[in-house]
Design a protein around this ligand. Sequence first.
Ligand code: PMP
Ligand code: GLU
Length: 401
Amino acid sequence: MTTTNNILSDRVMGLAESETLKMARMGRELKALGHDVISLSLGEPDFDTPDHIKDAAYQALQDGYTKYTPVSGLPELTKAISEKFKRDNNLEYKPDQIVVSNGAKQSIYNLCQAMLNDGDEAVVFAPYWVSYWEIIKLSGGTPVPVYAGVEKDFKPTPEQLEAAITERTKFVLFSSPCNPTGTVFDRHELEAYADVLAKYPDVYVISDEIYEYINFTHQHVSIGSFPQVKDRTITVNGFAKGFAMTGWRLGYMGAPKFIADACSKIQGQVTSGASSFGQKAGAIALTTDLASTEAMREAFRERRDIVLSMLEEIPGIKANHPDGAFYVFPDVTSFFGKTDGNVTIHNADDFCDYVMSSCYVGLVSGSAFGDPNCFRLSYAASEEQLREALRRIKEVLGRLR
Ligand code: PMP
Ligand code: GLU
């Protein structure tokens, strides 16, 4: 007899649901049942897209930008991206080395499909963004984590990176500012990684810089700007975070030309490229001043400070001090083994389930990001929601013995 499992591929059966999107869905479902849920699970700015960007999309529609574009992107956008890379990041990618996609997520998917053969290894800094792991696996690759915990600000040493590299390593993948930790890698740290990679000329780097503009140190460094790895770094970025454009599905990469061409070939068979009017608006976002982006960044910084000071008041929570993105990633091992009389917390999954079921605050367990000792809290929410959520969390954790 045919079961649904016979119908579905091994590929999809082996794939985990995106934990971030799952927690967001669960929050919506509980809300629909009438519960007062505060969802701090999704990494999505709560701000609206700035008006000048929306206006550019309306205008593009009026002007007839309603057709397919070149697969890799409208020439005016690939040119704007090339100039942005030079201006902000000291990176040299010509317009024909740029591929615009339906979100940075698709850029990463294209890259993994283009670069990984079955059994190839991809070194991933851990904690890592959920989708890296699954996309690598979906592409036949084997993710190899290089882990550093909260006490190291989640920064692996160059020695750890070197130890993870084998004959089968195709690339190293990480984000800075980092999702889920908010960690920002500085110039010296990135240079030390580049020095290691200088010894392995066949290993490429995928640098995910989608949180570039949400950096409270004001010093974003791109690893691709170091001569040691300049010619083999792919820089991924997008509009979702810095311009509050998650729903627009617009991201991009700069890559060595043969990799950009390979990604474009894949994209041409899969999505044909990003939406035409969205791309027109993206070009405006990159070529006008960043005042609205900076205002959002400042709001995120204030919220980070509120969240950190409230977390400090909760005994047992060991929070990091993130310099970017909009996440905190606290360690909660001190709660393991504790109970409220009904439920016992064994790990971060139990911790998040306990918080959700006892006070309706949605978090994401660190296990989805390669660290089962921590949870991720997204502070892309209003100050009022954050204060209330942390008040509730403190109260329910106080019941644990
Ligand atoms: N990389 C990281 C580190 C992210 O947090 C996200 C957020 N979704 C993405 C890539 C994908 O972004 P996009 O919405 O542009 O697909
Ligand atoms: N990157 C965001 C997050 O980590 C959005 C959700 C997703 O794309 O998985 O929550």
